[in-house]
Design a protein around this ligand. Structure first.
Ligand SMILES: Cc1cc2nc3c(=O)[nH]c(=O)nc-3n(C[C@H](O)[C@H](O)[C@H](O)COP(=O)(O)OP(=O)(O)OC[C@H]3O[C@@H](n4cnc5c(N)ncnc54)[C@H](O)[C@@H]3O)c2cc1C
Length: 535
């Protein structure tokens, strides 16, 4: 059977595109996802995120040794489940800064992607529990809510940041991004709102939509310069599926350049050294990788102020009961629901540091767990100048890719990151947090020079899970896709996911990815773009 469209990758972007295309009953749509279903309650519970960075529903990849981080290899969670990152992420709903999108136009030539032009697509997908104004809307598929019952320490954190001169901000996605506050979350009624639950589930009974789980695509089939289908692993063999109109690649910022290269599309020299026959020499594929690197401070608390207290078995049980019966308590928390945006470089065009207050210690993979209850403050530098790569280790589709974010290759990134870490430590030392915080345990009060903090960072830094830019849209020779997301040089093939962002937004990347998928769906369907927002 031939489909009109085959979407490869059912993640944040893929589920949106599957829903929007299959809304037209005359189109036959197939969605292929390498991972399985999301029926485990862990995916629905906001706090289920804590398990996710530790290997649940992910590919199990790591970076290559990081040259500018003393050779450190960093665990690199990428989702392998329907809904992709939106099914396993911390559910922070942030869009970045208006200037990020304007820079996509001015610096990368992405006509049509200015802030005023993309804002209507953010709003189209939004079902905001509280806000309706020029920046927000309700009635869309994606639930967006504020945290259910943040604990007192998170309010003390807000006061502490203000003591340091960072203003309070009630809506990072509104007119101003700067400041400190509670995040909006992609949750609805205290449950995760992934693109699988919000977009795909309501569409899944449509007769013209087929969803195949556990279907890893091995390569895109190209005939005479046109994408005509996809070959998937099926049992011990393979199966080739045909697309009459387009193949849409939505495998994420690691998965999409990986699959293109496995299909012979990428820089010829890199393909040959991996043993892949070159189908189309396209140098930008897998280059231009950007990611946010997290540094963090952890302090020991004066008492049971964070969710570390829930780690004991009887309390875990009670938290589960509380959630199931009343939809309240620790399980409703995404564990990172408070934070904000501020400056390492005061000359930066908009905030370049993001804080995430972790309501515990050891929440994420690789982050130290304290003996007594702790509180974590992550700081990520948001506009890295370093550029990395995604390459193949071999032509075997089962082999892990070579992920090289090349963190801190540009010393500016390191300098800003260290300033961000110093800001995080300063916030935790302010008077408002004194009743809650006993003492800093990491990096520890004895580490203060840049050299000491750098060595601490080498040992402890982690990804913020925001890879982008590896199939960048644009108009220059390094662009992989055009501003309407068509792969340059091959007909019938588009890329729609975080890989197409030419510059990583100054925030978390799930909402920007959903926005891009909304806009892409209109392009694929040949609809005119939504009118620009009047802001
Ligand atoms: C642990 C974690 C925490 C995060 N926290 C936040 C947060 O709080 N807020 C936020 O905004 N962002 C967060 N992010 C980032 C955000 O979730 C991602 O930017 C977003 O999900 C990217 O969407 P995507 O569609 O590009 O890729 P993904 O959502 O990763 O989707 C790609 C999909 O393609 C599938 N796939 C890959 N290769 C193949 C293949 N060959 N065949 C078939 N299927 C394939 C994958 O299994 C996956 O399901 C987080 C990410 C992670 C991993």
């Amino acid at each position: 059977m031939a489909y009109d469209y085959i979407i490869v990758g059912g993640g944040s972007a893929g589920c949106v595109v599957a829903d929007r295309l299959s809304a037209d009953p005359s189109l036959k749509v197939l969605l292929l996802e390498a991972g399985g279903g999301d029926s485990s309650p862990l995916f629905r519970m906001p706090a289920g995120f804590a398990k996710m960075t530790k290997g649940v529903a992910s590919w199990g990849w790591s970076t290559v040794p990081q040259k500018h981080l003393n050779g450190r290899v960093i665990w690199y969670t990428q989702a392998k489940v329907i809904g992709g990152g939106s099914s396993i992420n911390a559910q922070l709903y942030t869009r970045g800064n208006a200037k990020d999108y304007d820079a996509w136009v001015s610096e990368a030539g992405c006509k049509g992607w200015s802030y005023r032009e993309v804002l209507p697509y953010f709003i189209r997908s939004e079902d905001n529990e509280r806000l309706v104004d020029a920046y927000h809307g309700y009635g869309g598929p994606l639930g967006v809510s504020y945290p259910v019952n943040p604990p007192p320490i998170s309010f003390a954190f807000l006061r502490a940041a203000q003591e340091l001169g960072i203003p309070f901000n009630a809506d990072f996605n509104g007119a101003v991004q700067d400041g400190i506050g509670h995040y909006q979350l992609s949750t609805r009624n205290a449950e995760r709102s992934s693109t699988a639950s919000a977009f795909l589930k309501p569409a899944q009974d449509r007769k013209n939509l087929t969803v195949r789980l556990n279907a890893q695509t091995l390569r895109i089939e190209i005939e005479k310069g046109r994408a005509v289908g996809a070959t998937i692993a099926a049992g011990v063999g393979t199966e080739t599926l045909r697309a009459d109109r387009e193949v849409i690649l939505s495998c994420g910022a690691i998965g999409s350049p990986r699959l293109l290269q496995l299909s012979g599309i990428g820089p010829a020299a890199a393909l040959k050294s991996a043993g892949v026959e070159v189908v189309h020499d396209l140098p930008g594929v897998g280059s231009n990788m950007q990611d946010h690197l997290d540094l963090y401070a952890i302090s020991e608390c004066t008492g049971d102020h964070t969710y570390d207290r829930v780690a004991r078995p009887h309390r875990t049980l009670w938290a589960g009961v509380q959630y199931l019966l009343f939809k309240t308590g620790p399980v409703t928390s995404t564990l990172f629901e408070t934070g904000g945006f501020w400056y390492a470089d005061r000359k930066a065009r908009s905030p370049d540091i993001q804080f995430h207050l972790g309501l515990g210690s050891g929440i994420e993979a690789g982050v130290a767990q304290m003996k007594n209850p702790g509180v974590t403050l992550n700081s990520a530098f948001l506009r890295p100048r370093s550029r990395g790569t995604v390459r193949l280790a071999s032509a075997d589709p089962k082999a892990a890719p070579l992920i090289d974010p090349n963190y801190w290759a540009d010393p500016y990134d390191r300098d800003c990151a260290l300033k961000g870490l110093r800001l995080a430590r300063d916030i935790l030392r302010q008077p408002a947090l004194k009743p809650f915080v006993l003492a800093e345990r990491m990096p520890g009060n004895n580490l203060n020079t840049d050299q000491e903090l750098m060595e601490y960072a080498y040992r402890s830094c982690k990804t913020d899970h925001h890879p982008a830019g590896t199939c960048a849209m644009g108009t220059g020779p390094a662009a992989v896709v055009t501003p309407d997301l068509r792969l340059r040089g091959i007909e019938g093939l588009r890329v729609v996911d975080a890989s197409v962002m030419p510059l990583v937004p100054s925030s978390n990347t799930n909402a920007p990815t959903i926005m891009a998928a909304e806009k892409a769906s209109d392009m694929i369907l040949g609809k005119p773009p939504l009118p620009p927002a009047n802001v």
